[in-house]
Design a protein around this ligand. Structure first.
Ligand code: F3S
Length: 102
C-alpha cells in the first residue's frame, strides 16, 4: 500500500503535507505534488493536513481518480523531491495584493 495525491491538489499545492512527512516521499510538479510509492511508509500523517483532502490511501482513492495511482508512481520518478513548504498556488483567506513577504 501507499498513499496517493489526487487531482484535488492540482492548482492548490498547499504543501502542508510536506511539512509532516518523515520520509521525503513528496515530489513537486508545477501545479501539484505526487507521492513516491516506493518511499511512502503509510504513516498517514499528511492526510489530515491537506486543506482540500487530496491525499488518500491507494485502496481508498475516490472512484474516477484511480489514474492518480499510476500518475504518482511515474511522475515521482520525473520530478524532484520537495522537503520544504511552498507558497500555495491559491490563498483564499488572504486579500488580493497582500501576498508579498516584507
Ligand atoms: Fe496538495 Fe494538499 Fe499537499 S493541496 S500539496 S496534497 S497539502
Amino acid at each position: 500500500m501507499t498513499h496517493v495525491v489526487t487531482e484535488a491538489c492540482v492548482g492548490c499545492r498547499y504543501t502542508d503535507c510536506v511539512e509532516v512527512c518523515p520520509v521525503e516521499c513528496f515530489h513537486v510538479l508545477p501545479d501539484r505534488l505526487v507521492i513516491d510509492p516506493d518511499v511512502c511508509i503509510d504513516c498517514t500523517a499528511c492526510v489530515p493536513t491537506c486543506p482540500v483532502d487530496a491525499i488518500y490511501a491507494d485502496v481508498d482513492v475516490p472512484a474516477g481518480q484511480e489514474d492518480s495511482i499510476e500518475f504518482n508512481q511515474t511522475a515521482s520518478q520525473q520530478y524532484p523531491v520537495i522537503t520544504e513548504t511552498l507558497t500555495p498556488l491559491v490563498q483564499p483567506d488572504e486579500p488580493p495584493g497582500d501576498d508579498e513577504d516584507a
